[in-house]
Ligand binder design. Sequence first.
Ligand SMILES: [Zn+2]
Ligand SMILES: [Zn+2]
Length: 416
Amino acid sequence: MLVRLLLLVGCLLALGLAAEDFYKLLGIEKDASERQIKKAYRTLSKKFHPDKNPGDESARDKFVAVAEAYEVLVDEEMRRIYDQYGHDGIAQHKQGGSPRQHHDPFDLFSRFFGGSGHFGHGGGQRQGPNMEVRVAVPLRDFYNGRKTEFTVEKQAICSTCEGSGSKDGKTETCDVCGGRGARIQRQQLAPGLFQQVQTVCDKCGGKGKTIKHPCPVCHGSRVVREPETHELHIEKGMPKGVRITYENEADESPDWVAGDLIVHLSETDAALGQQDHERTDGTFFRRRGKDLFWREIISLREAWMGDWTRNITHLDGHIVQLSRKRGEVIQPNTVEVVENEGMPIWHQHLPEGVDEAFGALHVEYVVVLPDQMEKSMEKEFWSVWEKWRKKKGVVLDKENGRPEGPIKMPDGHDEL
Ligand SMILES: [Zn+2]
Ligand SMILES: [Zn+2]
């Protein structure tokens, strides 16, 4: 027993204890799905790619390790072996001649992002076109911040044939053009007069290679269209129309390195939802930069006599209380500015050393006059007005010195 234990310890030391757990390395759970494994690989391989970390040896090691972890965990058999026997088991399995070829980490990278496995600025690699999409979210999400997801359909490298377009992984040199992709044709312009014309080879379409057994999934085109889901982190106070860049997540092709996916974040039209948090007054706030705007309707009595309170529910459900004491008059269309009840200011726009700040909420008061009144009520109001009109009333026209009839204009021209 002791001998066996010592042997085991010896083996572990020989293999190097530095080998990090594959799951930890990819930042995923033990029961991660294939999709999650792929997602983790995509994120980490871009982060640690040597082209993005020139001269950083530890990033390069990580890049290689991430590729290794991916190749083990994405393969059902290898994953089972790893789960049971760890790095040890994988090493033995590889010695035993695994049927699956071990990929060069740059090769693997190119199967995900196209091109030769390097970024544009590195080896003069062409970068594909960027892709732009619009994602609209309610104002509430801009206020509270939110983590959500969106899905886009894009062109992806066919994973069945790993971008070769061939069922058996074999491609042959085109026998018509001899791999040049072009053919020289002689055209007779007139008797004895010829012209040489270069045309694209129609057998291989200019690729110089043909495929005898095309891949059954992509039919030889090397790419497929498929939906891909991305995480979207809406940060508190992000401005409308902000552009969020997902590096190298646009259309893929074996001929180029995928360009960037750019998300334009916009605001949906306000609409009442079914749930309480979708039915706050805030749902209908209007936003301009860091400020919010709201129209509050008050009655004639409230505007004139005061003595009222209002609870306005904000975008996160908290209450902004507005009130006036008896005798505090509000003129129609008055705007009250409530400081710090506007939008949170986006962290990128905050001054140094400030953690949090808010804009203002502008409340415009709209006074609504009743157009119907009970007869008895009308009578009472009328008599009050009459009483005070007789006592203190003034005729404005007289006060302002206005004439009782029209004023006649002088005719003819005045001399200057
Ligand atoms: Zn294919
Ligand atoms: Zn050809």
